[in-house]
Design a protein around this ligand. Structure first.
Ligand code: HGY
Ligand code: MN
Ligand code: MN
Length: 393
């Protein structure tokens, strides 16, 4: 499975560009459907474009569901997402080898557009299903080329009129377990697998810095209204404020208009990703960054606007389920994460847990992301053990 996925959507950087509804995404989806068919599982596409592979009756109550996502950030690594999906199929194969008799239906899911690389909002597939992103809001989302989400979906052959909350489907799920590569360096060499305790609250904010386009060679310094200065100062301030708050603030994406070397920019758009262990700290941090941008904007003659594009409150995973997993796996480490996941969205509607596989370098959202094969195999065994425990009673 790994070898088949490896070339799909790989760019010259060695990283992946599997973005919602693009051709690489379509290849990943075709691969998922093929894996389901190869194993004689019932394949389903839900109203939000999430893919499901069922062992047992998809309409029965109390199903045990596992899975993750196959899309990537721009030039993302091979493991973030696909490790969870591949491990799910591999765990099912292992359980079949063990001769496991299931008392409940088991499903493997591939949630669409987890990374939000194209439309700016993460976990679109699971958010729509859980009803935390409305159809109306989803219809307003556009990519960098101005393509609307429903149009992108339609061009890929899906029905955008169908999207919306999928409460009945979620109510039939007894538990959801997502396996994921760890995205920090918390697990040590003798700890291939861990269990998640919580996800930090996090969000994305768009800063628009409106200045005035002008000639780079003739406009006197004192006559300029250069939004690049306000943006640059805001980036530095975000870093400083985050450090003081013991939190994280990152500007990882920027768009410049008109983007000419010999012109002062008219508009800079900078996207802030910010996360903290505590919601109050996060709110206060973003407010401080906003205030600092406004102050600097006044000095530069630049108007600053702030739009919150997405927000995920703190997620504390289901306590009994978390403890059951940790116990079943012989007391593995239980750790929080600053990374967002579909599991975090589902946790509002379904008992949800996560398994992490050791990441020796801690690098993620990068072509350098890596996990040792032995650890990945330990992850499959751990997932199989957990699914067996949950689905056999
Ligand atoms: O951005 C995130 O936290 C996640 O990896 N989607
Ligand atoms: Mn990710
Ligand atoms: Mn992920």
């Amino acid at each position: 499975m790994w070898a088949e996925l490896l070339p799909v959507g790989r760019s010259s950087s060695g990283g992946y560009r599997r973005h919602a509804w693009n051709s690489a995404d379509a290849e990943c989806r075709a691969w998922f459907e093929q894996q389901a068919t190869n194993r004689g599982l019932t394949y389903e596409l839900d109203r939000n474009g999430n893919q499901w592979a069922w062992l047992g009756d998809p309409t029965a109550e109390g199903a045990i569901v596992t899975g993750s996502h196959l899309d990537s950030v721009p030039d993302g690594g091979a493991f973030d997402g696909p490790l969870g999906v591949v491990s799910s199929f591999a765990a099912l194969d292992e359980l079949r080898d063990r001769g496991t008799e299931f008392a409940r239906p088991l499903a493997i899911v591939n949630f669409g557009d987890e990374e939000g690389a194209r439309f700016g909002v993460a976990c679109i597939g699971s958010r729509l299903s859980a009803g935390v992103l409305s159809r109306e809001s989803a219809y307003e989302l556009r990519d960098a080329d101005g393509v609307r989400l429903p149009d992108a979906m339609e061009r890929a052959g899906y029905d955008p009129a169908a999207i919306g909350a999928d409460g009945d489907r979620l109510r039939r799920i007894g538990a959801f377990v997502e396996l994921h590569v760890e995205q920090g360096r918390y697990l040590t060499e003798d700890q291939p697998v861990g269990v998640a305790s919580a996800i930090w609250p996090h969000g994305r904010w768009r800063f628009d810095f409106h200045g005035e386009a002008n000639h780079a060679g003739t406009t006197r310094i004192e006559d300029r209204r250069d939004p690049m200065l306000t943006f640059a100062d805001t980036v530095l301030s975000a870093r400083q404020q985050a450090e003081l708050a013991g939190a994280l603030a990152t500007f990882g994406k920027v768009a410049v208009e008109p983007n000419g070397t010999n012109a002062i920019a008219s508009l800079i758009r900078g996207w802030l990703d910010s996360r903290a262990a505590d919601e109050a700290v996060l709110t206060e941090l973003v407010e401080q960054i906003r205030q600092s941008a406004l102050r600097r904007g006044e000095r530069d003659g630049v108007r600053v606007e702030l739009t919150r594009e997405s927000y995920t409150p703190v997620v504390d995973f289901d306590g009994p389920l978390r403890d059951r997993l940790a116990k079943r796996l012989g007391g593995v480490p239980v750790l929080p994460t600053g990374a967002g996941h579909d599991a975090g969205i589902l946790a509002s509607a379904v008992p949800t847990a996560m398994l992490f596989v050791r990441n020796p370098s801690g690098v993620s959202h990068s072509p350098a992301e890596y996990a040792e094969q032995a650890d990945c195999l330990a992850g499959v065994t751990a997932l199989a053990d957990v699914l067996e425990d949950l689905a056999c009673q």
